[in-house]
Design a protein around this ligand. Structure first.
Ligand code: ADP
Ligand code: MG
Length: 147
């Protein structure tokens, strides 16, 4: 499948992209989010959560790596692994039940845990281009198949 590129010019547009993807996401799918601090990973995540039917606020969990939302049409497993020290912390959390479960998984900073990513996932990479404005984001959506 070809990579898809989307350009957004405001946080609202990034949220809306996430919402549409969340609406269509199949239970059991895994999304990874790559991008520097402040690019909009959490904004996208909030949109995706909305698309799944979650109305409670979704934020980046600062001290917990995993936040689970049961309110939508399927469970939503939101990982933010920015502060992970060692990959064994993922085992302690029981990540396999999430990655290979019946919900939708989203992993911010997934490049920090490459070695345990599942065979197939949708990788979303967000980058800035300051020449195109402070609120400009380029978002690449890529189906990835490992192994
Ligand atoms: P991350 O989770 O990647 O660290 P956040 O989603 O927490 O980043 O923050 C992104 C910040 O960038 C927010 O303050 C948001 O308002 C701002 N922003 C500006 N333009 C955009 C855009 N096009 N898409 C997403 N966020 C944007
Ligand atoms: Mg974040």
């Amino acid at each position: 499948m070809e990579d898809k590129f989307v350009e957004t010019f405001s946080p609202e547009e990034t949220f809306e992209l996430g919402r549409r993807i969340g609406q269509e996401a199949a239970a059991g799918s895994v999304f990874t989010l790559i991008g520097d601090l402040g690019t909009g990973k959490t904004v996208f995540t909030q949109g995706l959560a909305k698309g799944l039917g979650i109305t409670e606020p979704v934020n980046s969990p600062t001290f917990t790596i995993l936040q689970i939302y049961e309110e939508g049409r399927c469970p939503f497993y939101h990982f933010d692994v920015y502060r992970i020290g060692d990959i064994s912390e993922m085992d302690e959390i029981g990540y396999e039940d999430c990655f290979y479960g019946d919900g939708v998984c989203l992993i911010e900073w997934a490049d920090l845990i490459e070695e345990i990513l599942p065979e197939h996932f949708t990788e979303i990479t967000i980058s800035k281009d300051l020449e195109k404005g402070f609120d400009y984001r380029k978002i690449r959506i890529k189906e990835r198949y490992l192994r």
